[in-house]
Design a protein around this ligand. Structure first.
Ligand code: HAM
Length: 437
């Protein structure tokens, strides 16, 4: 079937398929594995909460120009990877490829930077969209947890942002990663360095495409993975050796704070980030067991972005952590951040009257903060006990006619197999105590 877009373009809607699949490069997270996803996302958000970052929930699509201006027209993200569409009035919108530009838009629009309380500290989580070539760990819908601290240029804040990511990863049990960090300089030293680097690159026998890249974004050439280009650029001038005095002092102070915080790092002066807004401190968390898609998180300072987007000239720093890749990294380390149990208590009733009572008990237990699932559909004792095993519950409640007559309920501890009888009106209190609620 063909349909027409808002601008009259033709779209093909495939209807001949007998079954549907998720779009290419877009992962589904399903139980039980999705528990890992939730544990990672919530663990990272918790690390940000501990430093006072407030939650923002922002649109997943914005005006296309916001990303073109904010992220940079010459980046792959903007020039090749955006999901862009026209609305019915012909206005161009784009599914957000990253979070920082949207956060800045919201801060400016709602005047959060004028509330008198700086830095504005914000945290977000959700899907982002990049039309990349899908492969393991590289998706077209990716999930990030991000934070942004806006309005104060203090090296201690850079260290805080980095330490939050580091602590978030470690709290999940992850340790096979390293933090790479560098400084991209500021407006006083970057333009001169750029010229110096371009002069160096122009003298090299680089292919045409690479020469072109050197003119548009010379730093990207330093990130070229081809051995012959690596060899040619081995002695290229590096930003870190050409920092202005104040940018150098800033960077040294960030590193001193990281030392004091006990956050290990490696200075990588050749690090290149895929977004144009970075200034001064930039960093990446790299995991070695993930193959080509090794970046589990990255970020940095973006001191010119707010002014670029029409706000006051305020500084900012933040990170975006890839939740999908962090889940993969945990699996690669053979670790789990999630509680594998689907619920703490599983209920099995024998007979209609017992079932009615057990449904009510389940409600009371949930009201007390205990997670409960029940055997539904009258599967018989054997099937119901299989369900109890599969649920991962610590306790199974068994309620039959005889228990009802005696006003008691059977409580089976699944690990030991021990079963005892507890007065029905005490079961919520007993389980609350034992489960530490
Ligand atoms: P980014 O480095 O483009 O930074 O993305 C952050 C993280 O998102 C990456 O380290 C990676 O883990 C994950 N990621 C990116 N693309 C994909 C993909 N196609 N599939 C799976 N995971 C992916 C930013 O987005 C900046 N907004 C971060 C930031 C915030 N800088 C300052 N504040």
């Amino acid at each position: 079937m063909d349909a027409r877009g808002a601008r009259g373009e033709n779209w093909t809607i495939v209807t001949k398929t007998s079954s549907f699949t998720a779009p290419k490069g877009v992962p589904d997270y399903l139980p039980p594995g999705s528990a890992e996803f939730v544990a990672v996302r919530d663990g990272l958000i918790h690390a940000a909460r501990l430093a006072g970052y407030g939650h923002v929930e922002l649109p997943v699509f914005e005006q296309t120009a916001l990303f073109a201006r904010g992220v940079g027209e010459s980046t792959d993200v903007v020039s090749k990877e955006m999901w862009t569409f026209a609305d019915r009035n012909g206005e161009s919108f784009t599914l957000r490829p990253e979070g920082t530009a949207g956060v800045m838009r919201a801060v400016i629009q709602h005047g959060l930077d004028k509330s008198g309380q700086l830095p504005v500290k914000l945290c977000y989580a959700g899907p982002f969209f990049r039309y990349e070539r899908p492969q393991a760990g590289r998706y077209r819908q990716l999930q990030q947890v991000g934070i942004e601290a806006i309005g104060i240029d203090d090296p201690a804040l850079d260290a805080e942002v980095i330490a939050i990511a580091d602590a978030g990863f470690r709290a999940l049990g992850l340790d096979g990663f390293r933090l790479e960090i560098t400084s991209l300089g500021d407006e006083t030293c970057r333009p001169q360095y750029r010229e110096l680097l371009q002069e160096f690159l122009r003298a090299l026998p680089l292919d045409e495409e690479t020469q072109r890249r050197a003119e548009i974004n010379p730093l990207r050439v330093l990130d070229d993975k081809r051995p012959e280009v690596r060899a040619l650029t081995a002695n290229a001038p590096l930003m870190i050796d050409h920092l202005s005095e104040s940018a150098k002092a800033h960077f040294d102070e960030v590193l001193a704070h990281l030392d004091a915080l006990g956050v290990a790092y490696v200075v990588n002066p050749r690090m290149v980030r895929g977004l144009d807004y970075y200034t001064k401190t930039t960093f990446e968390f790299v995991h070695d067991q993930l193959g080509a898609q090794s970046g589990i998180g990255g970020g940095g300072r973006y001191d010119g972005l707010m002014a670029e987007l029409g706000g006051q000239p305020l500084s900012g720093i933040g990170f975006g952590i890839g939740v999908d890749r962090t889940v993969l990294a945990l699996a690669a380390e053979g670790k789990s951040a999630a509680d594998p149990a689907r619920c703490q208590v599983y209920g099995v009733a024998l007979g209609d009257e017992a079932k009615a009572k057990l449904v009510a008990v389940a409600g009371e237990l949930r009201a007390a903060g205990i997670s409960v699932d029940l055997a539904y559909g009258g599967r018989g004792m054997k099937g119901a006990m299989k369900g109890a095993d599969r649920s991962g519950a610590r306790y199974t409640l068994v309620l039959g006619d005889r228990d009802l007559a005696e006003n008691t309920i059977g409580v089976k501890e699944m690990a030991s197999g021990e079963q005892r009888s507890v007065p029905l009106d005490a079961v919520v209190t007993v389980l609350s105590e034992e489960l530490g609620r």
